[in-house]
Ligand binder design. Structure first.
Ligand SMILES: Cc1ncc(C[n+]2csc(CCOP(=O)(O)OP(=O)(O)O)c2C)c(N)n1
Ligand code: SF4
Ligand SMILES: [Mg+2]
Length: 309
């Protein structure tokens, strides 16, 4: 079990720009790991490619820095191979909602118990600030020659419709709120997404500064409760989905809510379905016999693959 920030801090120095919101996200991920009582040796952080995706290097847990847009299949594969691991996917908005959009939507159909923490800064910052899928139409990040001609995606409304079972938003300079929401996501059994409005002072300073974010985000009202009480009641599930989507569609780029929009713990994850079909996760299969030799006979496969003259 991780007990201190120091224990979770790796030897590698982060090379993020001064004031980058990624620092607040890193601290919040560490806080949430501690608050959830997770063992860093049983925690895996998976990322794609981007400034944000460097995060696994800066945290003392297992980390996999994968391919652009492909973090979700890696994370799902790790969880299916060993369901005892806690798998956090920590990636950018471009990585997840742009090139990774197909995986982002398909993941909702499975409900694998992984947690997506998405750094949403409205730009592809690593490649010098092009518009990401969440940059609103008409906004112009610093390196863009003209205002954005495309409309923005609504990733959380898409996540709810795709089947995600925990859907939330927070912002990168509010470490207390992030820690609280990430901790809730980690406790949730099922596919969770936390979209984190992230400050990029280098390419999108105007609309993502700490000041701007605190003025243009508001906590969901106390009276709003996105949690499904009776997990088996399809009517309640759909009512809560519609409530959440109603709130999300009522937002504007200048006025967004933070908090948990939807929370449905239904006890039906992909890995449970997998195991109920009698399929053993690879991590629980023996790979060596009493003689310590491999139990896997590759001779047949090698024979099939051999080049026949
Ligand atoms: C297949 C492929 N296409 C394009 C790139 C170039 N590339 C690297 S990072 C990136 C965008 C990252 O944006 P985002 O996920 O929002 O992360 P950020 O840098 O904003 O944190 C792109 C397009 C790549 N590495 N691989
Ligand atoms: S370019 Fe933006 S997102 Fe990347 S490290 Fe710098 S401030 Fe952070
Ligand atoms: Mg980005």
């Amino acid at each position: 079990m991780a007990t201190s920030i120091k224990e979770l801090t790796s030897n590698e120095d982060s090379d993020w720009c001064p004031g980058c919101g990624d620092f607040g996200i890193l601290l919040s991920v560490k806080n949430a790991i501690i608050a959830s009582g997770l063992d860093p040796h049983k925690t895996v952080i998976v990322s794609g490619i981007g400034c944000s995706s460097k995060l696994p290097h800066f945290i003392n847990a297992n980390g996999v820095h994968t391919l652009h847009g492909r973090a979700i299949p890696f994370a799902e594969g790790i969880k299916l191979a060993n369901p005892e691991l806690t798998v956090i996917l920590d990636s950018g908005d471009g990585d997840t909602y742009g090139i990774g959009a197909g995986h982002f939507v398909s993941a909702g159909r499975r409900n694998v118990d992984i947690k997506l923490f998405i750094h949403d800064n409205g730009v592809y910052s690593l490649t010098k600030g092009q518009a990401s899928p969440t940059l609103p139409e008409g906004r112009r990040a610093k390196s863009m020659p003209a205002p954005n001609i495309n409309g923005a995606l609504n990733p959380l409304a898409i996540a709810i419709m795709a089947g995600y079972t925990f859907v939330a938003r927070t912002e990168s300079y509010n470490v207390k709120e992030q820690t609280d929401i990430m901790t809730k996501a980690l406790k949730h059994k099922g596919l969770a997404i936390v979209d984190i409005l992230q400050g990029c002072p280098t390419y999108n300073a105007e609309y993502t500064s700490a000041n701007w974010l605190s003025q243009h985000t508001h906590k969901l009202p106390e009276s709003y409760d996105g949690r499904v009480k009776n997990a088996k009641d399809a009517n309640e599930v759909n009512r809560k989905r519609m409530d959440a989507i109603g709130v999300l569609l009522g937002e504007t780029p200048d006025s967004m809510n933070t908090g948990v929009f939807f929370d449905w713990e239904n006890g039906d994850t992909f890995e449970d379905r997998f195991i109920s079909r009698g399929i053993k996760p690879p991590s629980s299969q023996s790979i060596a016999g009493k003689d310590n030799l491999s139990t896997i006979d590759l001779a047949k496969a090698l024979d099939e693959l051999s080049v026949k003259g």
